[in-house]
Design a protein around this ligand. Structure first.
Ligand code: PBG
Length: 310
């Protein structure tokens, strides 16, 4: 009876697994603040990606972690053909073909020596328009490497238009754009900074949103849809379920929500203390995010959930 009348479904196909590929590792390196999540080598990434796809996850989102020495002010290693993220995209595109949706984080913070999501002007401020030009190069490099979906996560104004035009001009009309449309300046990204060995000092409040602003979030979502986004994202998820709901109510394109590193870490830590049951709470939070209206959920539990639901 419960199954017959259930209002909300949670299936592996709804879930996207974020994965980290690091340059210069000989074996996977644990991310201490995200128990169970690792920085992968090329080989371990291939194996884990195949396992996740076999388990039924809907897609993979890749983040690159270059060597510190390869970082520069403009994030060149993100664009380089032999940059770690582009190499990994080619590996997975060859291995998996169309068996999954291969997504790439299209941002500069993993690749810059200052750790900001964009290039800086003479006064050290993020230069919106110069950054968009760089995002186009990054997006084209990722599409050339086999990404099906480009995920601009830097919150620059006009980034979707710039990337869409750039992809089309490069012959990548079929590559889709998942816009991180409403991304809040959040403390929940803490463990991610360890995951990508971020060089950031300071914060991203000049380009990410104020946690109190829901109307502004909807404005950002509408702008990205008008600019040609194929999917829009709200991030983080659990503290912003009202924004997910509002986005789902107005969006003509699929809405994604990202259950970020700090959400994963918080639940993992409580579970490790025996205070809550991880599986129950992970499934409950993901069901809640779906109930709020997310079509797609990015979660570090994606592959585990696929196993639990099997
Ligand atoms: C930026 C980016 C971040 C995350 C995804 N893309 C970090 C940030 O904006 O500071 C966070 C993901 C997470 O916390 O799980 N490239």
């Amino acid at each position: 009876m419960r199954r017959l009348v259930a209002e909300t479904s949670l299936e592996p196909r709804h879930l996207v697994l974020p994965m980290f590929i690091a340059d210069g590792l000989t074996e996977p390196r644990a991310i201490t603040s995200m128990p169970g999540v690792v920085q992968h080598t090329r080989e371990s990434l291939r194996r884990a990606a195949v396992a996740a796809v076999d388990a039924g996850v809907g897609g993979l989102m890749l983040f690159g972690v270059p060597r510190d020495d390869d970082k520069d002010a403009t994030g060149s290693v993100g664009i380089a053909d032999d940059g770690v993220l582009n190499v990994a995209l080619r590996d997975l595109a060859a291995e998996l073909g169309d068996a999954t949706v291969l997504m790439a984080d299209t941002c500069l913070d993993e690749f810059t020596d200052h750790g900001h999501c964009g290039v800086l002007d003479d006064e050290g401020r993020v230069d919106n328009d110069a950054t968009n030009a760089r995002y186009v190069e990054l997006a084209v490099a990722q599409a050339n490497s086999g990404a099906h979906v480009i995920g601009p996560s830097g919150m620059m104004d006009g980034q979707v238009t710039a990337i869409r035009d750039g992809l089309d001009a490069a012959g990548h009309q079929d590559v889709a754009v998942l816009a991180y449309a409403a991304k809040f300046a959040s403390g929940f990204y803490g463990p991610f900074r360890e995951a990508v060995a971020s060089s950031l000092e300071g914060d991203r409040r000049t380009y990410q949103q104020d946690p109190g602003n829901a109307r502004e979030a909807l404005h950002e979502i509408e702008l990205d849809i008008a600019e040609g986004a194929d999917m829009v994202m709200v991030k983080p998820a659990m503290a912003y379920l009202d924004v997910v709901r509002a986005a789902a109510d107005i969006s003509p394109v699929p809405v994604a929500a990202y259950q970020v590193s700090g959400e994963y870490a918080m639940i993992s830590a409580a579970a490790a203390n025996g205070w809550i049951d991880m599986r129950t709470v992970a499934l409950e939070t993901l069901t809640g995010i779906r109930r709020a209206g997310a079509d797609i959920v990015l979660t570090y539990w994606a592959a585990d959930v696929a196993g639990w639901l099997a």
